[in-house]
Design a protein around this ligand. Structure first.
Ligand code: HEC
Length: 148
């Protein structure tokens, strides 16, 4: 069964562009951080569909919020020396301003915790506010540390 699941995963990977990215990029830290960021972005997109576009799955909001928080917990050592070279949009400031990067990351994790707390309740307005707060923290770090 395990082998079958793996085969399915490999088969589906070949159909998406991620495979092309894998083929081009050989730096594992870059590939890994892109994968984790995409997980976060996927959860944000799914939450948007529920909060603003009328997709009816309010019970899933807590899952997506927790997914974002969990993803931050799996960033690992995402910017090791040498991972400035390759298919990356990371700005050089990542390595020259580590304290500021850490601050941006901490703020984002706090926003993810606030989002988890908001989705534990049923107050949609509170969840929307926390969702916007999360988006602002993603953007704040991108403004400082990600190339256009
Ligand atoms: C502490 C800084 C920081 C935070 C917080 C952050 N990002 Fe990013 N993000 C980056 C950097 C830097 C890159 C560019 C990485 C690279 O190209 O190697 C990036 C890249 C991305 C990418 C592109 C991945 C790819 O495959 O090219 C997406 C999507 C993304 N972030 C989404 C998010 C979302 C959604 C959040 C908030 C939930 C978030 N990020 C929070 C710094 C951050």
């Amino acid at each position: 069964m395990k082998k079958f699941v793996l085969a399915m995963a490999v088969a589906s990977v070949t159909t998406v562009s991620a495979f092309a990215a894998l083929a081009e990029e050989s730096n594992p830290a870059i590939v890994h951080r892109h994968g984790i960021y995409k997980i976060m972005a996927g959860h944000m997109t799914a939450m948007k569909s529920i909060l603003f576009l009328g997709f009816e799955a309010p019970a899933d909001l807590a899952f997506h919020a927790q997914g974002i928080l969990d993803a931050f917990g799996h960033m690992g050592n995402s910017y090791p020396p040498g991972s400035d070279k390759g298919e990356t949009k990371a700005k050089p400031e990542i390595w020259t301003q580590p304290d500021k990067l850490k601050q941006r990351a901490t703020e984002a994790v706090d926003a993810a915790k606030a989002l988890v707390a908001a989705t534990a309740g049923t107050d949609k307005k509170a969840t929307i506010a926390a969702f916007k707060g999360m988006g602002e923290k993603c953007k704040a770090c991108h403004d400082d540390f990600r190339k256009e």
